[in-house]
Design a protein around this ligand. Sequence first.
Ligand code: 5GP
Ligand code: ZN
Length: 111
Amino acid sequence: MSRCIFCDIKDNPDNIVVQNELAFAIYDKHPVSKGHILVIPKRHFDSFFEATEEEIVRLYQLINECKKIIDEQFKPSGYNVGVNVGYDAGQTVFHLHIHLIPRYKGDTTHP
Ligand code: 5GP
Ligand code: ZN
C-alpha cells in the first residue's frame, strides 16, 4: 500500500480539523487565502475519478462541515471548490484532495 505526506498527516490528530469514517480535513500549509482547507479521503489514491460513491458522499459531507467552520471563523463572501487531477493539471500531492478556498471581496480580478 502506498503512502504519502497526507497519509502521515492523517495519522496525527493534531492536524485534523474534522473527520468522518472515510475522510478528513486539514488547513493547507500554503493557503491561497485565509482559511484554505483540504478535504481528503482516508484511503490513499490519486485521482478524483477513482473515488467510490461512498467516499464522494463522505467527502461532500465534510466539505459542508468545513464550510460552516470557515463561515463562522473567517466570514468569506464566496468560495472556490476544486480538484487538480494529474500532473499536467497542477496536482503536486498524488493523494486526492479537494481544495475549499474561501474568497473575500476584492481578492479576485473581475472584469
Ligand atoms: P495540488 O497542487 O496537488 O492540488 O495541491 C497540493 C496542496 O497541498 C497545496 O495547496 C499545498 O500547499 C498543500 N500541501 C503540500 N504539502 C502539505 C503539507 O505537508 N501540509 C499541508 N497542510 N498542506 C500541504
Ligand atoms: Zn497518501
